[in-house]
Design a protein around this ligand. Structure first.
Ligand SMILES: Nc1ncnc2c1ncn2[C@@H]1O[C@H](COP(=O)(O)OP(=O)(O)OP(=O)(O)O)[C@@H](O)[C@H]1O
Length: 516
């Protein structure tokens, strides 16, 4: 059918109402009658391959995560628009997720921390595992990977398909050479962990758990950041292992045949990659934990088009309602950034937004990948999708300005702390020096007294008491000086760290479509 979308430039598309819509304008005033222009960070047309899309959207976020940031990527669009294709891609034409994994492993080549004594937990925390726990971890991973044999699709062996994908230098394959030249010292290593879960009918299920029907719940850490309690994290030591885990999880995800899509995702799936940066010295020291969460959201659906009934209709209701909440949250965040009074952001209204809250409220980057179908039969749905993404784009611009403001504040705070630190040090040193002088005088007096007469015994005892109390005083001053010093140093250090890992909050909104 007729197309309703045209690319105007690398960042702009024009949506034209189809003729049928124009003839209906008397009856339906809500439909726009003229062409509308929408801007995005980057627009990809039907000819853009997976590599181009990855390079223009998620690649930069992968670099941020390798350098210590936290990032979120999510797909958005109506059902059958190509979200899962973009997210995963077929084996011979890998999508955003496998490419991200490949770049991560290529970039940390030779710096992998393969010991399993450190494991991520809660939101951005880790635990040290005992030898027994490590053995249990290794054995459970072995059992999980055994499932992979069943996952190989249409007789394609895993090795054959993935090896051709890795070695084929065509534009669509994952290239070995795709890596970041990161600057870290030789004893810094990276421990990589992944998890895979889905939100189906507003319930969270672990796609890597034997019992995928058991439900997980969201919890909060001491800082109020939400995380999925008891979610399984698997340590992966190579791209191949990570890819296998991805395939196993995908096999467990809820898919169904619908009128519009032969393999329609009926749930939002979330694949998370956590990177523990370790200084691998005699006792390994954790330098930081970062995360890249990749969410393939289920598509919004018009029941009139899908004609779903029963279970499919219930799923569609849940999908639409969580996407609506996502829209409400993005809108409330946008309003909060403009207004003096804070609007309530309804993150808790759906599991999806509750989980995403930590990324929307944190300092990392968010990339929204919007898929649309240019066919005029999808005009009104496409219009809604574009309006929604335009809203997110507005939020992105405001957040960028705010980030610049924060950076200024951080810089001022840092300056203030270092000045205060210097002043405090000077005062404490001066006070300590004065006390030492007094003490020295008293000691010399005591020596003189002991060498003179015994009649002055009482005077001597009194002096000794003063000396002892002054010594205690001095000890106390030293302790205070030490704690004030370390407290200020620590604060200045943290502030400094912020300026290094504080990424400007930014939602990239990329638009892509295919000729379907
Ligand atoms: N760029 C593309 N090139 C070729 N085929 C594509 C492309 N994008 C999508 N397709 C095909 O279109 C169909 C629908 O795509 P996909 O399943 O990714 O849609 P979706 O948006 O994830 O749908 P849902 O929300 O229902 O899960 C699939 O058969 C897929 O292979």
């Amino acid at each position: 059918s007729q197309d309703c979308v045209t690319i105007e430039g690398p960042e702009t598309v024009i949506l034209k109402p189809p003729r049928s819509c124009q003839t209906n304008r008397q009856t339906d005033k809500s439909l726009p009658q003229t062409a509308q222009r929408f801007s995005f960070t980057q627009v990809f047309g039907p000819d853009a391959g997976q590599k181009k899309v990855f390079d223009g959207s998620v690649r930069g976020l992968v670099q941020d995560v390798l350098e210590g940031g936290n990032c979120l990527v999510f797909t958005y669009g109506v059902t059958n628009a190509g979200k899962t294709f973009t997210f995963l891609g077929p084996d011979h034409d890998s999508g955003l997720l496998p490419r991200s994994l490949s770049v991560i492993f290529n970039s940390i080549d030779g710096h992998l921390y393969s010991r399993s004594d450190l494991k991520p937990q809660r939101c951005r925390d880790y635990s040290r595992l005992t030898p027994d726990q490590q053995a249990a971890e290794i054995s459970s991973k072995r059992n999980l990977l055994r499932n992979f044999k069943e996952v190989s699709i249409l007789g394609h062996s895993f090795c054959r398909s993935i090896c051709s994908s890795l070695t084929d230098s065509s534009v669509n394959s994952i290239s070995d050479a795709d890596a970041f030249g990161l600057s870290f010292t030789s004893n810094v290593c990276f421990s990589i962990w992944v998890s895979f879960c889905e939100i189906y009918n507003d319930n969270i299920h672990d796609l890597l758990d034997g019992d995928i029907y058991s439900m997980l719940r969201l919890s909060q850490d001491v800082k109020g950041n939400s995380f999925i309690k008891d979610l399984r994290w698997v340590q992966v030591n190579s791209f191949e292992e990570a890819y296998r885990v991805m395939k196993i999880g995908k096999k467990n995800q809820s898919f169904s045949v619908t009128r519009l899509n032969q393999l329609s995702s009926r749930s939002h799936s979330i694949f998370s990659i956590r990177i523990i940066r370790v200084e691998d010295i005699s006792v390994p020291r954790v330098l930081g934990i970062s995360e890249l969460a990749l969410c393939d959201l289920a598509g919004s659906e018009r029941c009139s088009r899908t004609q779903n009934t029963g279970e499919r209709l219930k799923e569609a209701g849940n999908i639409n309602s969580s996407l609506l909440t996502l829209g409400k949250c993005i809108n409330a965040i946008r309003l909060n950034q403009q207004a003096k009074f804070r609007h309530h952001v309804p993150f808790r209204e759906s599991k999806l937004t509750h989980f995403l809250q930590v990324f929307f409220c944190g300092s990392g980057r968010v990339c929204m990948v919007v898929n649309i179908n240019q066919s005029s039969s999808c005009f009104d749905e496409t219009l809604n999708v574009l309006k929604f993404s335009a809203l997110a784009q507005k939020e992105a611009q405001i957040r960028e300005e705010i980030s610049a403001e924060y950076m200024e504040i951080f810089k001022e705070m840092e300056k203030d702390y270092s000045e205060r630190l210097e002043r405090e040090k000077e005062i404490l040193e001066e006070r300590a020096d004065r006390r030492v002088e007094i003490l020295k005088n008293l000691v010399s007096k005591t020596v003189n007294l002991s060498s003179s007469s015994t009649n002055e015994k009482e005077e001597q005892t009194a002096l000794m008491e003063i000396i002892s109390s002054l010594t205690k005083d001095l000890e106390k001053i030293k302790e205070d000086a030490q704690s004030v010093h370390s407290c200020l140093t620590e604060h200045a250090h943290t502030t400094g760290k912020h300026s290094v890992v504080f990424f400007s909050s930014h939602i990239y909104v990329c638009l892509l479509w295919f000729v379907g």
